[in-house]
Design a binder for this molecule. Structure first.
Ligand code: GLY
Length: 461
């Protein structure tokens, strides 16, 4: 099939190719004009991003640094850690990467976007200043409080004794948050003041999180269901992706310790149209405006973690990258070209963007190593993936997998695989996800059995 350039791309001449919605095939010679893309990171979120980007007819070559055992099927793995910024830069310069897509928050907070931009390289994500929305909880909280963006009340402390004195004046439950990045472990929901005081001590006296815990927020506990809205932002305009909900606790019925995420689903029926509009108009749009007012031209993904309280949606936290494992439930529903959306951000064209979505919900169940989020063993062979690859509307994103010296796929992390399935409704999507999961095995595999169950029970599917 011969598809003309005019049909495929927006009209302004540009050496970057900007597909709108592309479902066609291209002639071989056209590929020479296409892009080299580097995905930074090696978890389930990055596999989902790489999988979706690899479907773009405009991607000529995909690299993943460092990637994982699943990403090697769709891109070339590059043995550079996501936090080794100088090596990533050297690689991108040498390979003339057209677009770098950053998965995790740490490189963004460290300033990878500023570093690449100074060298004239295109990179998807906010600058270091913008990344403060995740890298400094006090920065984000002050911005919200100053602008009247709905969020929990909070006090910010640099002094341990003053924080302790403040604790004595309030009633639990209360949330204690380390200001900086703490690998997802810096938040304590304290049901009593002793637990809150211990969390304060760990941060401010014992230095559990190093400099990230020197400043602490003591926040109101927000009651309600959590919803994540990942929003494309081009500096001025916003474009929310389909909402998702994740499961942070390790055990069924939200019991046990927090994890990096044990499952997710999209869309989120509990977020009705009224509250969705409130989230967009009272939270997302004013936040993008507030950043601009502070001279921050935020580009990339702004992830709003919201709680649906009785007074409406309120912000629990902001992140500055795609959510994990929300991305694994959102991207399988995106019918349009993700690269087109990213380029619209880069070029300030979000106003023109259109994305289409499958009406089929997606359910993602994480298979983890036994013992996670505590100690666990690695190196167990994984079987059953070939059979699952043949299933309709099912995709498996790898998180903690690698190829061992014998060329066998083995476990290499706490969260190992994301089993994602779409169905005509949530009942079918759940059935397909758990049916696929049942075909996959590795020693000590653990997973939650109640992912999206509350949707099915509430809505009858
Ligand atoms: N799903 C939580 C996160 O990505 O931070």
């Amino acid at each position: 099939m011969n598809i003309s350039r005019e049909f495929l791309f927006l009209s302004e001449p540009n050496d970057k190719i900007t597909p709108v919605v592309v479902f066609g095939f291209l002639e071989a010679d056209k590929w020479e004009e296409m892009m080299k893309v580097l995905v930074v990171g090696g978890g389930g979120r990055e596999h989902a991003l790489a999988w979706k980007l690899a479907q773009s007819p405009s991607v000529k070559k995909l690299y993943c640094a460092p990637g994982n055992g699943g990403m090697m099927e769709i891109g070339e793995l590059v043995d550079i850690s996501a936090e080794d910024l100088p090596s990533l830069l050297r690689f991108a310069v040498k390979e003339r990467i057209d677009l770098t897509v950053v998965g995790p928050e740490a490189p963004l907070v460290e300033g990878i976007v500023d570093l690449f931009s100074r060298e004239g390289l295109d990179i998807f994500g906010p600058s270091q200043e913008g990344a403060q929305m995740e890298g400094s909880k006090s920065f984000a909280k002050r911005l919200m409080l100053d602008e009247g963006i709905p969020t929990g009340a909070a006090e910010i402390f640099d002094d341990y004794q003053r924080a302790l004195d403040y604790l004595k004046t309030i009633h639990p439950p209360v949330v204690v948050k380390a200001d900086g990045l703490a690998a997802g472990k810096g938040v304590t929901v304290a049901q009593d003041l002793e637990t809150a005081a211990a969390a304060l001590r760990a941060c401010m006296v014992e230095g559990k999180f190093g400099s990230a815990g020197r400043r602490v927020l003591i926040e109101e506990f927000l009651q309600g269901q959590e919803v994540s809205i990942l929003t494309l932002v081009d500096g001025e305009e916003i474009f929310p992706l389909e909402p998702a909900q994740d499961y942070k606790r390790v055990g069924d019925n939200d019991t046990g310790p927090n994890t990096g995420g044990m499952g997710s689903y999209s869309p989120v029926p509990v977020l009705d149209q009224h509250n969705y509009q409130r989230a967009v108009e009272e939270i997302l749009r004013p936040t993008a405006r507030a950043l601009l007012k502070r001279g921050i031209h935020f580009k990339g993904i702004l992830y709003a973690g919201l709680i649906l309280t009785h007074q409406g949606p309120k912000v629990l936290e902001f992140n500055v990258r795609f959510g994990d494992p929300e991305t694994q439930a959102v991207l399988p529903r995106m019918e349009s070209d993700l690269l087109g959306g990213m380029l619209a951000v880069q070029e300030g064209r979000l106003r023109e963007l259109e994305l289409t979505w499958s009406s089929h919900p997606c359910v993602t169940v994480v298979m983890a190593s036994g013992g996670y989020p505590g100690d666990y063993s690695k190196g167990y062979p994984i079987s059953g993936l070939e059979e699952v690859a043949l299933l309709d509307e099912v995709v498996v994103f790898h998180a903690g997998t690698t190829m061992n010296s014998e060329g066998k796929l083995v476990t290499s992390g706490g969260r190992v695989l994301n089993i994602c399935a779409k169905g005509k409704d949530f009942v079918q999507a759940r059935e397909k996800a758990y049916n696929a999961l049942g075909k996959i095995s590795f020693q000590g595999a653990y997973y939650r059995k109640d992912i999206a169950l509350r949707v099915v029970q509430k809505n009858g599917g």
